[in-house]
Design a protein around this ligand. Sequence first.
Ligand SMILES: [Zn+2]
Length: 468
Amino acid sequence: VARLTVVAGISRLSMTCLSAGLIIALAGCGDDSSIKRKVELKAVELIGKIATRSIPDDTAGGFHTIPIEVVNIADGVHQVMGIANTHIISTSEGNVMFDTGISLQAAEQIKKLKPVVPGPITHIILSHSHADHITGARFWREKNTEIITHREFAEEQRYLTDLELYLHKRNRTVFPWMPEEPVDIEMLKYGGIVPTITVDENDFKFEQGGVKFEVLSTPGAEGADNICLWLPQKKILFSGDTLGPNFPQFPNVFTMRGEKVRKPMEYLNTLDKLIALDAEILVPSHRDHIVGKAAIRAGLTLIRDATRYVHDEVIDGMNAGKSVEQLMKEIELPDELALTEEHGRVSWAVKSIWEYYATWFHFDSPTELFPTPVRDIYAELASLAGVDTLLDKADQHIANNEAMLALHYLEVVLAKEPDNIRALQGQVSVYNIVLHHAIEVTKNSYEKDYMRTLIGRTKTRLEELGDT
Ligand SMILES: [Zn+2]
């Protein structure tokens, strides 16, 4: 899930008051780092409570509605659930953690889980660089804790930090509760984690207190730095976000909120590697764990075969000279490979796989090579065709449920007359068609949240223009 789920819906004023109070409190702590951490945790707990309270229930998959409760998965294996889950495997020589949750919930997760599994935290394994999995780490980490990440973690964390302003704006459209600007509070800031052990394609195995740990390199799903944890004696697989939040689901080969291209073949290799383990318990870092060898194998195989199917269809279509849009329309999962598209959509994966192999020049028109998009002639086109004619065409397409054809006409009109009320009303109708299709058919959470944002923004604009 997003790396910027931070500080939902808090007004700038209350945030400023909180930061001011914190700075005073922290200044009073001097060098005592344990007191400092307690004050920080208290503050984060407060912010977290305000934040999650103001998020609508069905936004972003509804993770924030999951109660923060401890689950005993197996002997010596505990989890505390939440927006993202945090896990502890206890051994006679100390505890090993897998993922640390989001900072906003760290205080409550620590309060619930720590008393159940006393002892030092010897290792923290971070499944990947997304904020909901790593920002709790600063509150769990102890003086001698080893931090284990994938070798690519540093690079993923670097670009997500460097592009923070850009990504923040994009994330706000799919996570509408986010504040206008990134939050400037030190302990909630993203990034800065330096691993002490890194894992590459050779994996990383260690043993502690008689428990065997295998940290597996599993790139390709939610980025190049995914790792899973395998406990061979207990046959438990901790999958982080490698399989996404719903099991089984069609993967997010592409994420709408932006992020580097995800490599399809890498992901297929990862799925083969996970199938071969024959896990008996599967523990993703979002939502409930899954028990049962047959169900886990069947789910993993389905994800692999569906991803493989879409990948191969794209390759075939490219070789047959079809356009990317044609393939986005044509390629569908056959019934026996049907999977939910709540998180990743098949048509977006088609486009992403295409561009992974061929990048952005599709040979459709030389205009693609120059910074002169077709919208540069929209205003002139609107003058030539006449605004009313174009709006009538848009209405016909809306009546026929052809949302994107209607939207093209409306965008031509708005290029000439940005405040045209009929065109803006048309946009609201188009977004509603897409929203309802998303609710009824695709169920894709990003699509729903994006449309709700666009509907909200356009309605605000209409109100400003005096249209009630
Ligand atoms: Zn996540």
